[in-house]
Design a protein around this ligand. Structure first.
Ligand code: HEM
Ligand code: HEM
Length: 172
């Protein structure tokens, strides 16, 4: 039986937001170092080079875009819910997937917030948490992606397909 918070699949909006946010996070991880020269200069009280400010602005605005999209995504999740884990999946795997999804949400909210606190308020400790999170995110996203591909190619569940193809015609 399908209950209100366990729809048959994801909506087109949820799928689009998942992949746009994923692409922007990967971009941020690759280009993250580019904000450091400007951040160091501001922290020292010196004027950064124009190119460094340009690079920093890209990191800041792409990161803030992730925060806006994350809020939108979470609101959609509250409104339409997410599909249940595949019934054939063991209780342990269901818990691991739920834990990974919780951590991924923590990152898409936590990274822009810690970054903004470091950048706009010069709170160094936030900058350090922001930096320390980088390898953790790479590991969690890596495991999440491997798990999705493993589900698709070896377990042959519909988990990857349902994050590619919207289910039915539900709003939003
Ligand atoms: C999706 C969001 C974000 C991701 C994934 C991300 C990722 C990263 C990465 C990978 C680094 C370099 C870490 C290193 O070299 O070890 C970095 C540095 C930094 N980011 Fe972000 N970032 C995000 C959003 C933001 C936002 C929105 C801001 C500011 C408004 C920001 C401000 C900073 C600052 C100030 C640093 C330098 C920190 C330091 O040197 O202590 N980030 N970020
Ligand atoms: C930074 C990158 C990523 C983030 C932040 C992220 C985040 C999430 C989150 C939070 C969910 C839970 C569903 C929801 O509440 O909306 C999810 C589901 C999913 N993700 Fe990702 N993801 C990322 C990258 C990837 C990649 C690279 C793949 C595939 C290779 C992938 C495949 C999936 C699949 C198949 C689901 C559906 C799982 C299910 O329905 O049980 N994700 N993702």
């Amino acid at each position: 039986m399908t209950v209100a918070n366990e729809p048959a699949g994801y909506t087109a909006t949820q799928i689009l937001l998942h992949w746009v946010i994923a692409a922007l996070i990967v971009l941020q991880l690759i280009l993250g170092e580019d904000i450091k020269p400007a951040y160091r200069a501001f922290s020292r009280g010196t004027e950064p080079a124009a190119g460094d400010i340009f690079n920093a602005n890209i990191h800041v605005y792409v990161g803030l875009a992730v925060l806006v999209l994350a809020i939108w995504r979470f609101a959609v999740r509250l409104m339409v819910g997410v599909p249940a884990a595949p019934s054939e999946e063991s209780a342990l795997l269901k818990r691991l997937a739920a834990a990974a999804h919780f951590l991924l949400y923590l990152f898409i909210f936590g990274m822009p917030i810690t970054g903004a606190l470091a950048w706009y308020f010069n709170i160094r400790a936030m900058g350090e948490i922001h930096e320390l999170a980088k390898p953790v995110i790479i590991i969690v996203v890596g495991l999440h992606a491997v798990a999705a591909l493993w589900q698709h190619f070896f377990v042959k569940s519909d988990v990857l397909v349902r994050m590619l193809r919207p289910a039915g015609r539900r709003a939003p």
